[in-house]
Write a protein that binds this ligand. Sequence first.
Ligand SMILES: NC(=O)c1ccc[n+]([C@@H]2O[C@H](COP(=O)([O-])OP(=O)(O)OC[C@H]3O[C@@H](n4cnc5c(N)ncnc54)[C@H](O)[C@@H]3O)[C@@H](O)[C@H]2O)c1
Length: 263
Amino acid sequence: MKVAVSGFKGRMGHEVVKTILKEEGLELIAVLDHKPKEKNICEIAEFSTVDVPVYSDLATMLEESKPDCVVDFTTPKVGYNNTKTIIEHGVRAVVGTTGFQAEQIAELRKMAEAKKIGAVIAPNFAVGAVLMMQFAQKAAKYFPNVEIIELHHDNKLDAPSGTAVKTAEMMAEVRDYVKQGAEEEVELIEGARGGEFEGMRIHSVRLPGLVAHQEVIFGAEGQGLTLRHDSYDRVSFMSGVALAVRKTKELETLIYGLENILD
Ligand SMILES: NC(=O)c1ccc[n+]([C@@H]2O[C@H](COP(=O)([O-])OP(=O)(O)OC[C@H]3O[C@@H](n4cnc5c(N)ncnc54)[C@H](O)[C@@H]3O)[C@@H](O)[C@H]2O)c1
C-alpha cells in the first residue's frame, strides 16, 4: 500500500514515518507539512537514505503522488479540512488528529460512504487506552459517579483530550445521568471542578515531561475504582496506526474509534 504522511515533522508524524518505513507491505511515497523547508525527506539526517518528496499542499500531494492512504496527525484546526480533502480525492484516510465534532465525523462518514472509501478516525491509537475506555464503559453501568483526569504534555493544543471526550461519550451510552458533586457547590476559582459532559467532570492537566495519560475514577458508597492508562512513548500508538492503515482497504465507510476495528 502506498502511504503518505501528513504532519510528518510533528511528534506523532515523525513516529508514523518511521513506522511506515519499517512495516512490511506499506510503502512511504510522500510526506506533507506546513511550510517545510525540505524538498525531500533525505535532507533530514535520520532519513538520509530515504528518497521521498516533501509537499506543503495536500491537494497537490494527493494529485501528484497518488497514495492509497494518507495518515494525518496535524492540528485540531486543520484536521477536519484535511480529512475532507483526502476523501474528496477518493483516497483512504487514517486520522489521529484530535478535535473533531460529532457532526463533522457524521458528515465525513457520509462522504466516505458515497465514495466507497475506507477511513479510520481514532482519538487514541494505543490499544491499552482503548481497553481502558471499554473497561470504563463497563464500570459506568454500575458506578455512575465518575470523573476523568487526563494528563498530557504542555504543547497539546486542545482540552479536554479526544480520548477523554470519547471515554465520556462511551460511558454516557450506558450510565444513568448523574450530575457530579453537591447541588449547591460553588467554584471559588473558575474551572476548579473541570469541564462538564453529561454531568461527568473532566479535568485536563498539562505538564512538560508527560506524553498521554488518563485516569477514570469511580466512587460509590464505601468503595472506589480507578482505571489508569499511560502512554510513556509515542511508539505506543504505532501498532494501532499500522493496523488502521491496512484495515482501510477492507472498509467502505468511516470508522470512529480503534475499538471498532480490533478483532
Ligand atoms: N490519535 C492518537 O492516538 C493521538 C496520539 C497523540 C496525539 N494525537 C493528536 O495528533 C495531533 C498531532 O499531535 P503532535 O503531538 O504530533 O503535534 P505536533 O504539533 O508535534 O505536530 C503537528 C504537525 O502538523 C503540522 N501541520 C500543521 N498544519 C498542517 C497542515 N495544514 N498540513 C500539514 N501539516 C500541518 C505542523 O507543522 C506539525 O509538524 C494532535 O491533534 C494530537 O492531539 C493523537
